[in-house]
Design a protein around this ligand. Structure first.
Ligand SMILES: O=C(O)CCC(=O)C(=O)O
Ligand SMILES: [Fe+2]
Length: 305
């Protein structure tokens, strides 16, 4: 298996958002090498370490019996709360898929530790979790953060370049896959439509990675964000982060609580009751209603003459 030719030169602290987005949309994936500064990746790994130790191995052919996983990462790591909002990452995701929704949401966070001896994961497209038509739009972007150096031997994520184009069901030969070889602290971006899988770990040590995935705000997220971060936990989040995990309405009014923005649950002593249902519509919906009422008024005036 060949590895990705990394002529992808991005500065370690800042990335060229436009170039990375172009590459993501052209190839189905793109790597920002060593995007996290060393202190940040160290803090993240230290906070996640006890959880990796405590996590259970998976069950079933997809999750794999030699692979440990855990979710709800934002309640386990303060550093992850900053990383999930990484401004350059958010700009890439927004430019790649933002046009298909009014606001984005977090689809999942998932820490994945592939142990020595684990076989390759079966190739799949993450977008197949949703039943909508495929090909007309992009539903999600995954960001896989390398918590260890990802190598061809230790289970670096495998990707099939350009597999996001063409037949969305097509399976491709293993020989065509590339391994996302990248140093610890790098970010691998890939689309929900890109065929990919975890690699086999033929090394002597586990491979740790952290997926943060973002999807269109009108989809059902893979990980139930309101249960992962119920109001008593989301209260401690910065407002923007609370919004990203679902304490915000996707216009018009999608995800409301009692006809209001669900962020009403993040303040005060108890859940408010009998609140006024309050419009949260798109501009074009207000325009249509205005036109309707203007027309109605005009006809009434006409009739009164
Ligand atoms: O661990 C990896 O590299 C990828 C895992 C993956 O694609 C998945 O579990 O959906
Ligand atoms: Fe996947």
């Amino acid at each position: 298996m060949q590895s990705i030719a990394t002529n992808q030169t991005f500065d370690s602290t800042e990335i060229d958002v436009d170039a990375l987005t172009r590459r993501l949309l052209a190839d189905g994936y793109a790597i920002a090498p060593a995007l996290l500064d060393p202190e940040s990746i160290d803090r993240l790994c230290a906070e996640l370490d006890p959880h990796f130790r405590a996590a259970s191995f998976g069950r079933g052919m997809f999750y794999g019996a030699e692979t440990k996983r855990f979710g709800a990462v934002l309640k386990r790591s303060r550093e992850a709360q900053d990383i999930v909002m990484h401004p350059a990452v958010m700009r890439v995701v927004e430019s790649a898929i933002g046009a298909w929704c009014q606001c984005l949401q977090l689809n999942l966070t998932q820490a994945i530790e592939i142990h020595p001896g684990a076989p390759v994961q079966a190739p799949h497209r993450d977008q197949d979790m949703w039943a909508g038509p495929k090909g007309a739009m992009q539903y999600m972007v995954n960001v896989m953060w390398a918590l260890d150096d990802f190598t061809g031997e230790n289970g670096a994520t495998r990707l099939w370049p350009k597999s996001h184009i063409g037949d969305p069901e097509e399976m491709l030969p293993d020989e065509d896959a590339v391994s996302a070889v990248m140093p610890r602290g790098s970010a691998l971006f890939f689309l929900g439509s890109t065929l990919h899988s975890g690699g086999a770990n033929r090394s002597a040590t586990p491979r740790r990675g952290l997926i943060m995935s973002y999807c269109l705000g009108w989809l059902k997220p893979w990980e139930n964000q309101w249960l992962a971060y119920p109001p008593h936990i989301a209260r401690s989040f910065p407002e923007e982060l609370a919004a990203l995990v679902g304490y915000r309405q996707h216009l018009p009014s999608l995800g409301n609580y009692e006809g209001q923005c669900p962020s009403v649950l993040l303040t005060g002593d108890q859940a408010p009751d009998h609140l006024p249902f309050t419009d949260a519509l798109k501009d074009e919906q207000y325009d249509l209603m205005r036109q309707y009422y203007d027309g109605l008024a005009a006809r009434e005036q006409e009739a009164a003459r």
